[in-house]
Design a protein around this ligand. Structure first.
Ligand code: ZN
Length: 125
């Protein structure tokens, strides 16, 4: 008999863990998607194309590979919010990085100007 885990194993992507932690993380990478699945049990209606679901999964890239995590129905809204927060954090980090780069560029330009000014002042003594 097929193991319970196989219910959600579709398209070659296997479920690594159930996201059933009591305290759900505030931010999580990846995106939540819904999928219809084939359980693989012989004679099941899904063999005829009547798939089970839809079930929610969180997809994320880990070392270049797609990972898929089953999400219990009760946690779907919280995990969608957690993924959105993670994207928002990323945007904020990138914006802060751009700002710092811009500041550094200005600082470097000022340093060069001072160097030039010092050189000119020395040579005209
Ligand atoms: Zn089935």
């Amino acid at each position: 008999m097929a193991k319970k885990k196989d219910v959600t194993a579709v398209e070659g992507v296997h479920v690594r863990e159930r996201e059933t932690e009591k305290a759900l993380p505030k931010t999580l990478p990846g995106a939540v998607c819904w999928q219809w699945v084939r359980c693989g049990k012989p004679g099941c209606k899904c063999e005829r194309g009547e798939l089970h679901g839809p079930y929610a999964y969180r997809f994320e890239r880990v070392d270049g590979r797609l990972r898929k995590h089953y999400i219990p129905k009760a946690d779907v809204a919280a995990l969608i919010a957690a993924c959105e927060r993670h994207r928002e954090d990323g945007r904020a980090r990138r914006a802060a990085h751009r700002e710092l780069t811009e500041l550094l560029r200005g600082y470097t330009a000022t340093c060069r100007e001072v160097e030039r000014w010092v050189k000119t002042a020395r040579s005209s003594r």
